[in-house]
Write a protein that binds this ligand. Structure first.
Ligand code: ADP
Ligand code: ZN
Length: 524
């Protein structure tokens, strides 16, 4: 009788082992490519179903599938889950005892495993490489492949050394998987892992059930509380903050306001941290307040909202973090409060980092793209997907679609702002420049006799918040720079000149007073 084809056998395993009736998206093609011995680079959003793309080929091919993953904490769960469906799996990482390690090694040598998960630093040891050379290997799966990118936010130095797999095991097919990679990261993965002959599988990055909202920051904590109370009472969610201190403070604030919140950051005791994580996974309505240390590989389908109280460094980070909402496909919210201080702070972090100029340039470009998303007057989803190289039309499910921002010709106010910065010799920070514009007679104004400047009070028609919004956009557009080496003084860039000369028109987002969403009588 004729052997069934590779696709039929894959389908059979999908059904009989994993219990799923059909492949999703490009899974079938990816499985075929690897099962037949080819290489692949797979870009699939979180929750898209990357695991089956290497698990099934590992079962189809002779030998053990070696999965390289930096997520040591998840290996036990992954192995348990495979165990449950009868797949012979084990792992090798620093958390296991010597006996356990020896046992796994023995099984490997005897060909008694279908899949083995290995931490990259373990894989690189001579002991492990020799072990693999004496075993029959079905494939290498390199999970979280973006960790190879030095520009990325999850860079792992050991990942760079993974090119050794191609050199030492040229016959073994390799599949690199990631949920987050722009064109540049993609090229870096290909180059560093030597995947030049790999087929690329890029899935749609759209998460239609996520509603994107970016609001103007006024009183961020209160805005956050209003958002949770009005739109997500009793729901599970994640609130991202930049610093550990802020994580603690916001968690405390939410608890004091009647929202059950837990902190999570890398500075906490491991035991507390994992206890908080388990509670979040197990219970239904916990709000996790966390730094970006939280979430990689977290599989909780019913996270209903993800909030950002600080600006992420890049669109990749934003997308990955917001992507943890609504993995079950039901409506979910991605909400962010964003303001002038965020722009200044992120720019400063880049300027003051120890990195070389090339790195800073890339980080700066990533931040600019993120700012573009925050300031856009058109559909957020279109901007987001464009960044990942995917076209789309206005979605109807983001704040700019639902509530189109009003833009206005801001050439004159921006000229006033630029002139004020120039007239104070580019030596003063935002507060002082705002005071000059609005004609506030503060001590500092008197001290410098700035009330005598021609620009003093030329912007009295606008309030402080409005001017800050204009300044924020001017910084985001690159017309104004903040000199972090000189007390955050505002400076004009070359791009400011044509605007000052009236050669360039500037369109800005109309300032909207943050309306408290709080309904009367809900809670004092
Ligand atoms: P990723 O690694 O891309 O984040 P996973 O591989 O963890 O995603 O898969 C996410 C979820 O989708 C898992 O619960 C998985 O069992 C489920 N899944 C994956 N592929 C299929 C499929 N073809 N049919 C049904 N469920 C699937
Ligand atoms: Zn939209």
């Amino acid at each position: 009788m004729e052997q069934p084809g590779i696709n039929a056998r894959a389908q059979h395993i999908l059904d009989s082992v994993f219990g799923y009736p059909a492949f999703r998206g490009q899974q079938a093609e990816i499985v075929e490519q690897i099962a037949l011995g080819g290489d692949a680079l797979v870009l699939m959003p979180t929750g898209g179903g990357k695991s089956l793309c290497y698990q099934i080929p590992a079962l189809l091919r002779e030998g053990v599938g070696v999965v390289v993953s930096p997520l040591i904490a998840l290996m036990q769960d992954q192995v348990d889950a495979l165990d449950e469906v009868g797949v012979r799996a084990a792992y090798l990482n620093s958390t296991q005892s010597f006996d356990e390690m020896v046992q796994t090694e023995r099984k490997l040598r005897r060909g008694e495993l279908d899949l083995v998960y290995v931490a990259p630093e373990r894989l690189m040891t001579p002991r492990c490489l020799e072990l693999l050379e004496s075993s029959k290997i079905a494939l290498f799966a390199i999970d979280e492949a973006h960790c190879v990118s030095q520009w990325g936010h999850d860079f792992r130095p050991e990942y760079i050394k993974l090119s050794v797999l191609h050199e030492r095991f040229p016959e073994v097919p390799r599949i690199a998987l990631t949920a987050t990679a722009d064109q540049q990261t993609r090229e870096e993965i290909i180059e560093r892992l030597q995947l030049q002959n790999a087929l690329q599988f890029v899935s749609s990055f759209d998460r239609p059930n996520i509603r994107y909202q970016i609001v103007e920051k006024a009183n961020a904590r209160k805005q956050l509380l209003d958002f949770i109370e009005n739109e997500h009472p009793g729901d599970a969610g994640i609130v991202y903050c930049l610093s550990r201190k802020k994580v603690e403070e916001v968690a405390e604030f939410l608890n004091a306001s009647g929202v059950t919140a837990l902190p999570y950051h890398a500075g906490m005791e491991t035991a507390t941290r994992s206890a908080n994580q388990s509670r979040f996974l197990r219970e239904e309505s916990i709000v996790m307040v966390a730094t970006i240390a939280f979430g990689m590989g977290i599989d909780k389908p019913d996270v209903r909202f993800v909030c950002h109280l600080d600006l992420p460094k890049s669109i990749e980070g934003y997308y990955q973090e917001t992507g943890r909402a609504g993995r079950d496909g039901a409506p979910a919210n991605a909400w962010m409060a964003y303001g002038l201080q965020d722009v200044v702070q992120q720019r400063r972090m880049i300027d003051q980092s120890e990195a070389d100029d090339g790195f800073k340039r890339v980080q700066g470009a990533k931040l600019d793209a993120m700012l573009g998303l925050c300031e856009t007057l058109s559909c957020r989803r279109v901007r987001l997907l464009e960044y990942f190289g995917q076209g789309a039309s206005p979605c109807g499910n983001c704040d700019t679609c639902l509530n189109p921002p009003v833009s206005f010709d801001a050439t004159v106010p921006v000229q006033k702002l630029l002139s004020a910065i120039y007239r104070v010799d580019q030596r003063f920070g935002a507060m002082h420049v705002m005071d000059v514009l609005r004609g506030v007679d503060s001590d500092k104004i008197k001290q410098w006799q700035h009330e005598q400047l021609s620009v003093f009070g030329i912007g009295a028609e606008r309030g402080d918040a409005e001017w800050r919004a204009i300044l924020r956009q001017a910084i985001a557009m690159g017309l104004v720079a903040v000199d972090h080496d000189s007390f955050n003084a505002l400076k004009l860039t070359d791009a400011a000149r044509p605007v000052l000369r009236g050669e360039k028109k500037i369109l800005l987002r109309e300032y909207q007073k943050p309306v408290s969403q709080r309904k009367k009588g809900v809670k004092p």
